[in-house]
Design a protein around this ligand. Structure first.
Ligand code: NAP
Length: 373
């Protein structure tokens, strides 16, 4: 067995550093023999930011053959994290508490399962977990499938890389995998000021689409600079009035009654309307999984039939899903400087409560990243 480096992990509860070894050619067995616990931000019950606990002795499970252990350097805060903390998805997560929050990560490979050949110990990687993952990324050592990770371009910092994958993969799945946008298509992104919406603008521009978006304030300049042809200020303008013609694809990241109505009216016959605000989780939370999931399937089907009949369009709820092809395209665009999600503020991971509070109270408009030392 070959030792590659010696690193140290801060143990906040006892205020000292305990040493662990990162192994070169690191087998699963090898890493188990060196360390089995690490620091993580744990959610023991649902509630406000104060329920979050930093624990120093959280177990690192055995790696499955296709899994990768990542030494986290930066993890971003997504709306999903604060929503899960408050109880969204309780029908899934409540029986599994305590869970570790966090979806996005950028860091270094610390160990690989025995069937992973594409990544090696020491590689700098970034990626994102599936929305329902129970052991998240707010930890010194996160576990992701190899397909949930890709190499981080050296020119991009861990902080900037961590802000991208969950949002960009959500946008990628909707635009590239579901709607299959093509060069010359007209694409409307409702909510182009958010991380998913801004990623969607950049993905569609990179394909050669004509992009219109709705946003406000400084996001207007940002959207136009990224290549949107029109940015409608949703706080003072009506998108249905100020845009001309209809769109092949509409991605609605906001999903209110108003944005859904406008988005559907602006989708051309044969086009796609997709909303990020599907109701599967909220109905399951309200009525339980056994009743809520069939109810959500019935509701979705009803809406699909209704809008196919009334508008001749494809209506769908779209969700983030990991996709190796998508992550590869995201990495290439990031490397080429064609995709970014601006980070507004970073916090050390020890201040995770403050970071969540700032997002809850809307004190910070843009992306927040937790730095992991
Ligand atoms: N279904 C899924 O799998 C999935 C995946 C990721 C995210 N989501 C959900 O999608 C939503 C967006 O996520 P995100 O990460 O992009 O959030 P975010 O970065 O926090 O973006 C929110 C932004 O939306 C803009 N906005 C708010 N109301 C608007 C309106 N009426 N019209 C147009 N823009 C409006 C605001 O930007 P400006 O005012 O600056 O324009 C705001 O900053 C969240 O609700 C999130 O939970 C779902």
């Amino acid at each position: 067995m070959r030792f590659r480096s010696l690193c140290s992990v801060r143990n906040p509860s006892i205020g000292r550093r305990s040493q662990v070894r990162d192994l070169g050619c690191f087998s699963n067995l090898g890493f188990r023999s060196i360390f089995t616990n690490c620091r993580a931000v744990v959610l023991p019950r649902f509630g406000g930011p104060d329920v979050l606990e930093i624990r120093s002795n959280v177990e690192i499970p055995n790696l499955k053959p296709n899994q990768v252990l990542v030494r986290a350097r930066a993890v971003s805060v997504n709306p999903l994290d604060t929503r899960i903390r408050s109880g969204y998805g309780r029908s899934i997560f409540e029986p599994l508490l305590p869970v570790i929050l966090g979806r996005d990560i950028s860091g270094e490979v610390a160990a690989v399962g025995h069937s992973v050949t594409s990544l090696c110990v020491g590689h700098e990687v970034f990626g994102a977990l599936h929305p329902t993952a129970v052991r998240g990324t707010y930890t010194d050592y996160a576990i992701l499938d190899k397909d949930e990770l890709t190499l981080k371009p050296p020119s991009v910092t861990h902080v900037d890389a961590s802000a991208i994958p969950f949002a960009a993969l959500t946008a990628w799945r909707a635009l590239r995998s579901t709607a299959r946008i093509c060069e010359g298509d007209r694409v409307l992104v409702i909510g182009g000021g958010g991380a998913v919406g801004f990623s969607a603008i950049q993905l569609a521009v990179a394909v050669g689409c004509h992009v219109v978006t709705t946003c406000a304030g400084q996001s207007i300049e940002q959207a136009l600079a990224a290549g949107a042809e029109q940015a409608v200020d949703y706080t003072i303008e009506d998108v249905e009035i100020v845009t001309k013609g209809q769109f092949d694809t509409v991605l609605d990241t906001i999903g209110t009654e108003d944005t859904e109505r406008a988005g559907i009216n602006l989708t051309r016959k044969g086009g796609h309307y997709m909303t990020l605000q599907g109701e599967a989780a909220s109905l399951a939370d309200k009525y339980g999984l056994a009743l809520g999931l069939p109810m959500s399937t019935a509701l979705l089907l009803k809406k699909q039939l209704q809008y196919r009949y009334s508008h001749g369009i494809d209506y769908s709820w779209t969700y983030m899903r990991t996709d190796a092809e998508g992550l590869d395209e995201i990495r290439r665009l990031l490397e080429a400087g064609k995709l970014k999600v601006p980070v507004e503020k970073t916090f050390p991971i020890t201040q995770v409560r403050e970071a969540h509070e700032a997002k809850d109270k809307r004190l910070i408009h843009g992306k927040v990243v937790l730095e992991v030392d």
